[in-house]
Design a protein around this ligand. Structure first.
Ligand code: ATP
Length: 309
């Protein structure tokens, strides 16, 4: 297969989960879930460059990103090499902007970016469906990023994607706050299962798993709300089953939420397994003013102003 000599530059965007409901734990220990993904304008840059030898090398300035075979970019490139019996060597440089272990899908998005990029760079001509199936072997969030869409419904373990193309014109602005602690997704799921298995309504984390103690709207009511009302959608639509668990382990999540509520933002929720928290804003200028205020008051937090893209 032919490959180009010029480096290929890719942007891999982050996601937030506007809705995340866990349904049940499966035999393979994953959870069936329903989630509404929104892709946001915070991105890593990945540069793919051909090597003369057959090695795959990762370069990344962020200390928290693994540089070896466990890096999701490495695994994505290696998966394609194995599938197609290729020997091409590759330098992968990652300019990391998406906070690591934040619930923003950074590693998954990087992996999807490498699959999409190498599909071109190595002239593989694979369909999106085929790339998404390969991506699902690397992580549950990877297929969403393969689909190149602003909003999508994720089901099963999150890897079954229904792109919501008719929502493409919905404009949403967010403030996104990362309070600086790295959270392990498997740990949060284990803790969630532990809370459920205890069946103890007195446990603070059990109480907070709102899906167990109150009626939760189905994700489907979200779609017409977004289409009709844009950022003025009913706040009850926002939902995350993992928020209570992560905020019990990491109280900073509630501090971030309270800071956002205190400056008058009403739709505030943690993304994925956290700890990043987002607030839906009414306009870009509201998001700009509120983020400036937050940055001033909380210097150790990373505050981003982003839109759904
Ligand atoms: P998850 O998909 O588990 O919800 P997340 O969005 O919370 O993840 P990521 O930033 O994707 O967090 O990082 C998850 C883990 O993946 C980190 O512990 C990190 O060591 C590992 N990892 C592997 N490759 C990458 C990569 N290219 N970028 C970031 N993290 C990576």
């Amino acid at each position: 297969m032919e490959s180009r000599n010029k480096p290929l530059v890719i942007r891999s965007f982050a996601k937030i989960n506007l809705y995340l409901r866990l349904l049940n734990r499966r035999r393979d220990n994953f959870h069936n879930l329903k989630t509404l993904f929104a892709r946001i304008g915070l991105y890593d840059t990945i540069i793919l460059k051909r090597r003369k030898d057959s090695r795959i090398r990762i370069k990344c300035s962020d200390r928290r990103v693994p540089k070896g075979k466990s890096n999701l970019c490495f695994r994505a490139a290696d998966l394609l090499r194995q599938e197609f019996k290729l020997k091409c060597g590759l330098d992968i440089e990652i300019k990391k902007r998406i906070p690591v272990g934040a619930g923003l899908g950074g590693g998954s998005s990087d992996a999807a970016g490498v699959l999409l990029g190498l599909n071109k760079y190595w002239g593989l001509h694979l369909s999106r469906v085929r790339l998404a199936a390969l991506g699902a072997r690397l992580g549950s969030d990877v297929p969403f990023f393969i689909h190149d869409v602003k909003f999508a419904l994720g089901t099963q373990r999150g890897e079954k994607i229904k792109p919501l193309v008719y929502l493409n014109n919905v404009k949403l602005w967010f403030i996104l706050v990362y309070p600086g602690v790295k959270v392990s997704t498997p740990l949060i799921y284990r803790k969630y299962d532990f809370c459920l298995s205890r069946q103890s309504p007195v446990s603070p984390c059990f109480k907070g798993i709102s899906g167990l103690t109150r009626q939760v709207p189905d994700v489907k009511i979200f779609f017409p709300e977004l289409l009709k009302n844009g950022h003025s959608f009913d706040p009850k639509c926002l939902f995350n089953d993992l928020e209570a668990v992560t905020s019990t382990l990491y109280p900073v999540v509630n501090r971030v939420k309270n800071a956002l509520l205190a400056i008058g933002l009403k739709k505030v929720m943690m993304s994925g397994s956290g700890p990043a928290v987002f607030a839906v804003c009414g306009s870009r200028s509201q998001a700009r003013d509120s983020s400036a205020r937050l940055r001033k008051e909380h210097k150790s937090w990373q505050v981003f102003l982003v839109s759904a893209v």
